[in-house]
Design a protein around this ligand. Sequence first.
Ligand code: SAM
Length: 356
Amino acid sequence: MPELFTLIDRLAEGERLTHGEFVTLIGERTPETTAYLAEKAVETRQAIYGNTVYIRGLIEVSNICKNDCLYCGIRAGNPNCDRYRLTEEDILSACAEGYELGFRTFVLQGGEDGYFTDERLTSLLSAIKQAHPDCAVTLSLGERTRESYQRLYDAGADRYLLRHETATRSHYERLHPAALSFDNRMRCLRDLREIGYQVGCGFMVGSPYQTTADIARDLEFIADFKPDMCGIGPFIPHKDTIFADFSAGTVELTCYLLSIIRLIHPPVLLPATTALGTIHPEGRERGILSGANVVMPNLSPASVRKKYMLYNDKASDGAESAQSKAELMRRMEAIGYEVVTARGDVRKTFAQGEHP
Ligand code: SAM
């Protein structure tokens, strides 16, 4: 155990751990090392971002998806999913409502829905940017060609979230059908970075067949890639998938990994995700107290919110809903944090020169 404290100190000093050391850090954790790690992570985040928590308004634009990711409730092969797609008008009015509520970043997320062609998306992006020139737009619409990413960037998209899902090829293949490839996922992330987006990767904690060595490889990938954002949340089974009977990831391990990621790459924008808020009533708070600094409440129209059901019982009201921003602010203030509405770009002063 004393070895673990040394590993945490080395991480906090900016040292790169080896694969074996990451495995030890994860596999031999205790409540004491967890508390020590969280303390270091919070100190590190505090030095860069103070006690600020950024909010992003999440708009779930469509649950129609051509892919069949084995874990996902909106996978193409799920006949029980009640499909919807927001119109451009719906999306613009969600942005307008969000703007009134104080949001300055909109995250457009959805399944890989062929309706959202480059033409439709570039026109949508221009309309959002015209209405809200002071806002950042983040896209999270899955895998596209480099040309497509370039067109969307040229039309005003600032950031792109594409979780790598797992940095272990064989694990990736157990979570996805043959039509989806690990190489293409990684190609997308490289293209997005090269084009100039602020890029987010990430993975599910406790996904089926995930081993400690797999998680260690995820951490090594994050250390190499140095994403601007990193979305990690517990895997939660969905009743209509083949993983229905697998157990969910834990709050405890998710928070532990949030702390490690904060130390691996201090300036990273790190959300306390909806999945974390779903498996525990205070999941978001616990994420922030472990080193996270972003929350992404839901701005989608109430009528569709329950349809974007990636996993069982996905939270969609209470602190998850953007309309309850006051409640979210109160909850964050209760743990000593201040929710700010600024765009909250990654602190380039810390990130510059670090990107490969
Ligand atoms: N289609 C886009 C993509 O693949 O990046 C964005 C939408 S996708 C539904 C967003 C994320 O949801 C995925 O990256 C995945 O990590 C997460 N997700 C899907 N099913 C999940 C589950 N059962 N439990 C937890 N997270 C899940």
